[in-house]
Ligand binder design. Structure first.
Ligand code: SF4
Length: 430
C-alpha cells in the first residue's frame, strides 16, 4: 500500500504567487512534440511538415489527426528504415530525393519543415544541415527549416514552441523609426484570430500581427517596437528568442474565460495607451455575452472538484478560469513545466492554498488522484481509459488544445467541454 502525502497548503498573499510546488520526476505519460503538427499544418496554409521518423511516428500523427483517406494533408513521414538504421544507406541522399519529389508534386508549398524524431536523433541525422542545403537548393520558391518533435523528455505542446522558435531567425528586423506593433504569439484558430482582430481594431490598435501567420510569406518584422502578447502558455523558447530580438513581452494572464480575456486585452490597451472608455466600449458587449454563457454552465460545475494531470501546459490558466469563474474546486493542478515569469499573473489569481505540482511521477500522482476522488480529471489519452474504468470522469487534455477556447465568444464553449462529460456520467448513473 502506498502513502499519499500532500504538501501543507500555504495561504499566500497574491493567490499562489509564492505557493509551494511539489516537484516530481519519474515515469510520465505524454504525447511527443510531433502532435503539434496537427494544429500547425492547419494554421500555416502553405507550409508542409515532413517528419523524418519511423512508422511509429507516422502512425502517431495519422491517428491523432484522423485524416480522411482522400484528403491531401500537409504533413507526411519520410520513413527511416532498417537500411538507414544499419548505416547501409545514406540518409541524406534519401532525404534529398524525398524532398525533391514532394516539392515537384506539391508546388503550393512555400515553407517546408523537416521535423526531427527519436529515430532521426538516434542515427544522428543532422537536420539543420539538411535544411540549409535544401533551402539553398529550392530557394526562393521554398524555405526549408527544421525543428525537433522528438518526445523522450518533452510534452506534446513543445512541438509548437520548437516550430515557432525555428521561424524567428527568418523574421525581418524592424525599421528604426517603426511605430509600435502588437505581435500575438501562439497558434489560434482563425475564427478566434478574427474576433481578436476586431476587438483590437475597435480599441484603435490597428498594427497587429499574429505568429505563426496563415501564410508563410507574412513575416512580421521584429524589434524594440514589438509588443508581444502570448496567446498560449507553452512558448517559453519562442518568447525568449523574440525577446532577444528586442520584442517586449506584455505580462498578462492567458485569454481564457472572461477575466483572462479582459486582462489579456487590457495589457495591450495599456501598452498602446487606449483610453479606458474606448476599452470598455470595445469589450462590454462580448463580456456580457460570455457571462451569460458561463452562468448556464455554472449550474453544472459550481462546487465540483477537478484534478489536473500535467500534459498540455494549459493547466494553470484553465484551473484559474474554472475556479474563479465557475466555482470549481481544485484538488491538484499538475503542469509539466512551471515558467514562473510567464505564469506570474495566473499564479496570482489562483486561490491561495491550491496544490500545485510540476513534472510527473505517474504512479504517485495516480495515488493522489484516487485518494482525492475528484468529480472530473483532466489527463492524457493514455490515462483516461483506465481512470474511466475505475469510475472517474475524464477530459482529454489534448482536446483543449485542438478546440478554439480563447476569447470571450469561446468562454461558454470552454466551460461546456467540462460540463459535457459530467452530465454524461450523471445520465449513465441515473
Ligand atoms: S516519441 Fe519518438 S518515436 Fe514515438 S512518435 Fe514521437 S518522435 Fe516518434
Amino acid at each position: 500500500m502506498s502513502t499519499v502525502t500532500f504538501p501543507v497548503p500555504v495561504v499566500a498573499a497574491g493567490g499562489c504567487s509564492d505557493a509551494p510546488v511539489l516537484r516530481e520526476r519519474g515515469q510520465h505519460e505524454v504525447f511527443c512534440g510531433l502532435t503539434g503538427i496537427i494544429w500547425l499544418h492547419r494554421k500555416i496554409q502553405d507550409a508542409f511538415f515532413l517528419v523524418v521518423g519511423s512508422r511509429t511516428c507516422a502512425h502517431l500523427i495519422q491517428s491523432a489527426a484522423g485524416v480522411m483517406i482522400f484528403a491531401e494533408p500537409r504533413f507526411a513521414t519520410a520513413i527511416i528504415d532498417e537500411r538507414d538504421l544499419a548505416g547501409l544507406a545514406d540518409a541524406n541522399v534519401e532525404l534529398d530525393r524525398v524532398v525533391t519529389q514532394l516539392l515537384a508534386r506539391r508546388p503550393e508549398i512555400k515553407l517546408l519543415f523537416l521535423v526531427g524524431s527519436c529515430p532521426s536523433e538516434v542515427i544522428k541525422l543532422d537536420l539543420s544541415r539538411a535544411a540549409s542545403r535544401l533551402s539553398a537548393e529550392h530557394s526562393p520558391a521554398v524555405r526549408v527549416l527544421n525543428y525537433s518533435g522528438s518526445g523522450i523528455e518533452t510534452t506534446f505542446t513543445q512541438g509548437e514552441d520548437a516550430c515557432l522558435t525555428s521561424m524567428v531567425p527568418g523574421l525581418p528586423s524592424q525599421a528604426a523609426e517603426a511605430p509600435l506593433e502588437l505581435l500575438v504569439v501562439g497558434t489560434l484558430a482563425d475564427v478566434v484570430e478574427d474576433q481578436f482582430m476586431r476587438l483590437f481594431s475597435s480599441m484603435g490598435i490597428e498594427r497587429v500581427r499574429f505568429f505563426p501567420p496563415r501564410r508563410a510569406s507574412d513575416q512580421a518584422p521584429v524589434g524594440p517596437h514589438t509588443r508581444m502578447l502570448l496567446a498560449q502558455p507553452f512558448l517559453a523558447e519562442t518568447a525568449r528568442v523574440l525577446q532577444a530580438r528586442g520584442a517586449v513581452l506584455l505580462s498578462a494572464p492567458f485569454p481564457l474565460g472572461v477575466e483572462g480575456t479582459s486582462a489579456w486585452l487590457q495589457a495591450a490597451a495599456t501598452a498602446f495607451a487606449v483610453p479606458p472608455q474606448r476599452f470598455e466600449a470595445a469589450v462590454s458587449a462580448p463580456t456580457a455575452r460570455a457571462k451569460a454563457a458561463l452562468a448556464r454552465a455554472k449550474v453544472h460545475l459550481a462546487g465540483k472538484s477537478i484534478f489536473f494531470f500535467p500534459d498540455s501546459q494549459l493547466e494553470i490558466p484553465l484551473a484559474r478560469f474554472l475556479s474563479r469563474e465557475l466555482d470549481m474546486r481544485l484538488t491538484e493542478v499538475g503542469t509539466p513545466y512551471l515558467h514562473r515569469q510567464h505564469m506570474a499573473s495566473e499564479l496570482a489569481l489562483l486561490p491561495a492554498g491550491t496544490f500545485l505540482s510540476e513534472g510527473q511521477h505517474v504512479e504517485n500522482q495516480l495515488d493522489r488522484c484516487r485518494a482525492a476522488q475528484p468529480d472530473i480529471v483532466v489527463c492524457g489519452l493514455g490515462l483516461a481509459n483506465p481512470l474511466e474504468s475505475e469510475g472517474m470522469t475524464t477530459k482529454w487534455a489534448i482536446e483543449l488544445v485542438f478546440t478554439p477556447i480563447q476569447g470571450f465568444d469561446q468562454a461558454g464553449d470552454l466551460a461546456e467541454l467540462f460540463t459535457r462529460p459530467l452530465v454524461r456520467r450523471m445520465r449513465l448513473a441515473a
